[in-house]
Design a protein around this ligand. Structure first.
Ligand code: TPP
Ligand code: MG
Length: 395
């Protein structure tokens, strides 16, 4: 009988330190791994960091308000993103207006930075729309629809990115319309977000294969928030997630996902490489979901004691505040940001409560592009049923 081969040697490679510019207290102390990305921050100043901070604080206030609204019966469900604002703000600010973003369902800070009115997110979770917002409206920032089917957006993004290559070739008069070799400058990129748990989905893995095969102008962002509902990432993968992408042939790094500077610097580099025809990249952002998975979840049932508190000490908002104070910003600024965030959250709350309720009949409108007998049958049944409630009805 042959001796069982140990896979230990394969897994024993030492991982470099995650890329970070701010340490866990928020002091500027770049890791050795950050050096090659440092020039991406050369043109970023205190005003920019102040804007990122504002985006993070305002989104958190909105997020908290939405949890309250769900508890009050005003939203069917809410998906909190508290704790994950750091990588989201950095990555979103690294994008250019012409880039396209394919989110999962927890990318509220990215939505805000891209210009999508946050009330649109709440409208979805109030059950007033089947899909979401109009992606073709430039005012919505090329921010594609929230996708609750895990990993589906990785396929959508890779298909979109492949089309970006083919469009660029067509514009350049290259009739062959084949992708596959690096070198096609598209001038625009695609960024896709998913979670650690989703990295186990077939869809997500197939997307990586296509991205590598066809050298799509794409950046994969995996927010490793340590949990897929109640399943820890250590169960999903015996190797750090960024290493999986290396196996598919993508450039891949691991960043401190609670450091917006790291997210910006790496995102900026990878997006530019993608736009200029140097192929796809993969970023594993180490972060933590401070709240519940959704408002239907109770994380106290599965989290070990002390874990939450340990991550709360690395809160991305607190870290960026420390950095901003080191750049000279004082109490006045932080008080104003907080007051503005509270005012905006209150305003969005009012907007949510005033949103019009669509006609029930509208659910049949876009099932097929053309009339369909089964849909017409169901539509007639509903009309009849609704009519049975009106006064004087014969039924
Ligand atoms: C295809 C599919 N399978 C299962 C689910 C149920 N589900 C919803 S969220 C989730 C966990 C996802 O975890 P992760 O990818 O880490 O993202 P996170 O929620 O932590 O941001 C699961 C299993 C789903 N929505 N879609
Ligand atoms: Mg997760």
């Amino acid at each position: 009988m042959s001796e069982q081969t140990s896979i230990e040697p394969l897994l024993s490679g030492v991982d470099p330190e995650p890329i970070r510019f701010l340490d866990e207290q928020g002091r500027y102390a770049p890791s050795a791994t950050a050096a090659e990305f440092a020039d991406e921050l050369a043109a970023v100043g205190a005003d920019d960091f102040a804007q990122w901070y504002r985006d993070m604080v305002s989104t958190r206030a909105f997020d908290t308000e939405c949890t309250h609204l769900q508890r009050q019966g005003q939203l069917a469900l809410w998906v909190p993103s508290v704790g994950q604002e750091g990588c989201q703000a950095g990555l979103a600010h690294a994008t250019e207006p012409q880039d396209h973003i394919f989110p999962a369902y927890r990318e509220h800070t990215v939505a805000r930075v891209r210009g999508l009115p946050l009330v649109q997110l709440a409208r979805l979770f109030r059950g007033l729309t089947h899909g979401g917002w109009d992606v073709t409206d430039p005012a919505n920032g090329n921010f594609h629809l929230y996708t609750l089917v895990l990993g589906a957006q990785a396929q959508h993004a890779t298909g979109y990115a492949l089309a970006q290559v083919l469009d660029a070739k067509r514009r350049a008069g290259d009739g062959a319309l084949d992708a596959g070799e690096p070198g096609t400058a598209t001038g625009e990129a695609t960024m896709v977000f998913y979670g650690d748990g989703t990295s186990s989905q077939g869809d997500a893995n197939e997307a990586l294969i296509f991205a590598a095969s066809y050298q799509t102008p794409e950046v994969f962002v995996v927010q490793n928030n340590q949990w897929a509902i109640s399943v820890p990432v250590t169960r999903q993968s015996r190797t750090p997630l960024y290493r999986r992408a290396l196996g598919f042939g993508l450039r891949s790094v691991q960043i401190d996902g609670n450091d917006p500077l790291a997210a910006y610097a790496v995102g900026r580099r990878f997006l530019r490489d993608a736009r200029e025809g140097r192929g796809p990249g993969y970023i594993e952002a180490l972060t933590y979901r401070i709240g519940a998975h959704t408002t239907s979840d109770d994380p106290t049932r599965y989290r070990a004691e002390g874990e939450l508190e340990a991550w709360q000490r690395r809160d991305p908002i607190a870290r960026l505040e420390t950095h901003l104070r080191s750049l000279g910003l004082g109490d006045d600024f932080f008080e104003e940001v907080r007051a503005t965030a509270d005012r905006e959250a209150k305003q969005i709350r009012d907007e949510i409560l005033a949103l019009p309720v669509p006609e029930a009949d509208s659910m049949f409108a876009h099932v097929y592009s053309e009339p369909h007998p089964r849909i017409e049958e169901q539509r007639a049944w509903l009309a009849h049923y609704e009519a049975s409630f009106t006064e004087g009805s014969a039924e």
